[in-house]
Write a protein that binds this ligand. Structure first.
Ligand SMILES: N[C@@H](CCC(=O)N[C@@H](CS)C(=O)NCC(=O)O)C(=O)O
Length: 220
């Protein structure tokens, strides 16, 4: 059975799904799309008009990266990316939730900074959330240092794709250079966990790349 993943080259949400599929050994084709563009195909498959979207050979469509990962875990349970033990499972789900929410607030901050007149209170609010989520995740990884050497679970994959997505946004110029987004130098436990994952084939094969996206035009 072959899947098609509708994705965007720089998307951390799409990368997370691609990594989960590679870790589970699921074969898939990729179709690239720009969801903000006039020619986007996302409305044909998702009422939320966002990618990633997974299309099965039977035409079933699955959307929203978190739900796609859950769907894959149910349909393809091996290798398991969520632990069975209840405490470990909840810890994984917490890291995953923080990783996913962090990407959303970082994205909201970046979008706001692209506006002609960013709202200072809104920027402050998103900045506090980014700072808080990074500090909490660093604390969680510091308390569980063995995560850095373990086979990644859904929490690790969500956290790492978010952090690497933020880093890519900075280095590619998608994001203005704001201090709070430079997580690597200031969060040693996160830096260690991400370094251990970056060299895995699933991460190497899904490195983010630039696409022709004009965020300023989109948000202005
Ligand atoms: N919660 C969604 C967020 C996905 C998301 O923000 N995707 C972006 C591309 S990276 C998108 O499609 N944006 C278009 C829009 O929000 O209208 C998920 O996890 O799948």
């Amino acid at each position: 059975m072959t899947f098609t993943l509708i994705n965007a080259l720089p998307s951390p949400f799409g990368r997370k799904v691609a990594i989960v599929m590679l870790e589970k050994g699921i074969t898939f084709d990729v179709r690239y799309d720009v969801p903000w563009g006039d020619k986007t195909c996302t409305p044909d498959y998702s009422p939320l008009e966002q990618l990633p979207i997974l299309i099965g050979a039977d035409g079933e469509t699955v959307y929203d990266s978190a739900y796609i990962c859950d769907w894959l875990e149910v349909r393809f349970p091996e290798p398991a990316l969520l632990p069975q033990d209840p405490a470990a499972r909840l810890a994984t789900m917490k890291r995953r939730m923080l990783g996913e929410r962090l990407m959303e607030v970082a994205q909201a901050l970046i979008f706001e900074l692209h506006r002609p007149e960013p709202s200072a209170p809104w920027v402050d609010r998103q900045t506090r959330k980014v700072r808080g989520a990074l500090a909490e995740l660093d604390r969680l990884y510091d308390r569980a240092p063995n995560r850095a050497g373990a086979v990644p679970d859904l929490g690790d994959i969500a956290v790492a794709t978010t952090l690497l997505g933020i880093e890519f946004a900075l280095t590619s110029g998608l994001s203005p250079d704001v201090a709070v987004l430079h997580w690597r130098g200031s969060h040693p436990a996160l830096a260690k966990a991400v370094s251990a994952l970056e060299t895995r084939p699933s991460f190497e094969r899904t490195q983010p790349r630039m696409m022709d996206v004009d965020l300023q035009a989109t948000v202005a």
